[in-house]
Write a protein that binds this ligand. Sequence first.
Ligand SMILES: Cc1cc2nc3c(=O)[nH]c(=O)nc-3n(C[C@H](O)[C@H](O)[C@H](O)COP(=O)(O)O)c2cc1C
Length: 364
Amino acid sequence: MSSNFGTLFRVSTFGESHCKAVGVVIDGCPPGLQLEESDIQKQLDRRRPGQSKLTTDRQEKDQVSILSGTEHGITLGSPIGLKVNNLDQRPGDYGDMETIPRPSHADYTYMAKYGIKASSGGGRSSARETIGTVSSGAVADKILRQKYGIEIIAWVSAVGPFEAGPVDQTNITRTQVDETDLRCPDLDISEQMRSLVLELKEAGDSTGGVVSCVIRNVPAGLGEPVYEKLEAKLAQAMLAIPATKGFEIGSGFAGTRLRGSEHNDPFVLKEARLGTTSNNSGGIQGGISNGEFIHFRVAFKPPATISQPQQTTNYQGESVILQAKGRHDPCVVPRAVPIVESMAALVLVDMALRQEARRALNLL
Ligand SMILES: Cc1cc2nc3c(=O)[nH]c(=O)nc-3n(C[C@H](O)[C@H](O)[C@H](O)COP(=O)(O)O)c2cc1C
């Protein structure tokens, strides 16, 4: 199993859905950074279950503890251990699922690979794992904001058939995104998305959606061609989030319908650097940031665990009806917003440290 991410800013997450605690060890965080639990808690509160009617009813406070790596609120350069206790465990909710793999969840593949799986919930495949991602991502985010002024803002841009209108990428803030529990800044369409999610929750069904993200103030030069191109790392990071089914950067799939003459981003002098007048590239060319906004979208499928009866087959191959119990998200995108921001922060901080290391050694 691979639970590590990053080269210089390395994170190693741990925990299953119903074990005692979940968390992360961060190795390679620079010393001298002011870091308190409150820096991390803000993003965890945006991710936690039970935060609104739109999410699973599992009640978790998700209070983070810093176990190591800081003294008097300052990082020491040593490994930072972050832990969140699992409180609202109800392993009994998963009775049927011990013998029946949930369609489109990870039960069957975990069993096929390891020959054993956590008996309740998704184990390691559960979104509880993303607590480690979000906790370490909050630390990365703080470094990026303080050192480079980099801002990472994600929002819900689609739920089922409803798509939000264009968002002002230059000015959108996390506060604006959080104005509604759906986290879609297009307030008209957000109401329709909200009704759909509530309707499906009531009906024991689920829906998918899209999270969009913009990253501002990224200096030109981040990214490690060829196999760790910036967009390749972002894609890997985003597709490591549970329930993701697609990643598009810049013009994405729609760009295939344009001509080169329409798609190219012409250069222009912007203050002391070359910028571009359009941004179909999504801020990355040749796998390296070009100084423009990085913008991308991530597709999330409808969560697999639905309480409607489903005709399926148990591990023995017998035809059965699965009526899943437990508390589940009818749509993951409102909670996925801080997860997308966190994975993006982990990618960028690592790329920035790698570029800094080169610069410090006069290798540029
Ligand atoms: C924030 C978040 C919450 C999730 N909540 C649920 C849930 O309540 N029920 C469920 O079946 N899947 C949920 N998922 C998705 C599963 O974890 C995921 O579908 C499963 O691990 C299988 O992996 P895959 O969909 O990436 O193939 C959630 C995902 C995220 C990002």
